[in-house]
Design a protein around this ligand. Structure first.
Ligand SMILES: Cc1cc2nc3c(=O)[nH]c(=O)nc-3n(C[C@H](O)[C@H](O)[C@H](O)COP(=O)(O)OP(=O)(O)OC[C@H]3O[C@@H](n4cnc5c(N)ncnc54)[C@H](O)[C@@H]3O)c2cc1C
Length: 197
């Protein structure tokens, strides 16, 4: 059997630069939200891009709503933007099951718009439904990202690119050594409409 993959040539093309920013954050999970908010608050022209149509990453997309490791086993210790998000969600009734270890759960739907509100307030801009495809590498450094969305393929120039894709998509494509490890996980499900017939 011939294992050699067939290949085709892609035509070379010029890609227009959609915008130039100070900080480009790829991925709008918890890491990307925090990176975007923090950078914009420092005054950097910041753009966060996300391949899906909502923020939150695993929290909202996969319903990983239990925030674990936020405490020391006795109380919640997490500070900074993690604490800020919790403090904004609490009055909205969107924090539940706080337990003695310091962990808690969040409402995934409220989390989505709360995250966007925080990004907007910080001055960060964002683009949803936009895939970070490839780093732009010039003179041996990452100078931006090629993105694709319904508009097509565009380039975004950035002084700093923060890879928050969780899979190191951009770092890997920029040539960084990447390893693959798995770890034990938990999943929570919501069951509704269950009753006796
Ligand atoms: C099955 C599972 C269960 C877990 N259970 C828990 C738990 O119970 N409690 C807990 O605290 N932690 C849990 N974790 C860990 C937790 O989910 C992660 O630590 C956390 O989500 C990491 O945040 P992140 O922002 O780095 O990545 P993610 O939440 O994965 O967010 C990455 C974001 O980047 C986007 N993205 C990816 N690639 C691109 C691209 N090329 N272009 C544009 N956007 C892109 C994704 O769509 C996503 O929105 C679990 C993880 C898994 C996989």
């Amino acid at each position: 059997m011939n294992n050699q993959l067939e290949s085709v040539n892609e035509a070379a093309r010029e890609t227009s630069v959609a915008q130039s920013v100070d900080v480009l954050v790829a991925g709008m999970g918890p890491a990307g939200i925090a990176a975007g908010v923090a950078a914009a608050r420092e005054g950097a022209r910041t753009l966060v891009i996300e391949r899906f149509g909502y923020p939150g990453g695993m929290i909202t997309g996969s319903h990983v709503v239990a925030v674990l490791g936020a405490g020391d086993g006795r109380r919640t210790l997490a500070r900074g933007i993690t604490r800020e998000i919790r403090e904004r969600l609490e009055p909205l009734g969107a924090v539940s099951r706080p337990n003695p270890s310091g962990d808690y759960s969040v409402d995934a739907e409220v989390f989505k718009w709360q995250a966007l509100e925080m990004l907007e307030e910080s001055g960060s801009r964002f683009l949803l439904h936009t895939l970070a495809c490839e780093p732009i590498i010039e003179d041996g450094a990452v100078r931006g990202v090629f993105v694709e969305n319904k508009t097509g393929r565009r380039a975004i120039r950035a002084k700093v690119v923060v890879d928050c894709t969780a899979d190191a998509d951009l770092a890997y494509r920029a040539g960084c050594a990447c390893d693959n490890e798995t770890h034990d996980v938990t999943l929570r499900i919501v069951v509704e409409g269950v009753g006796r017939i």
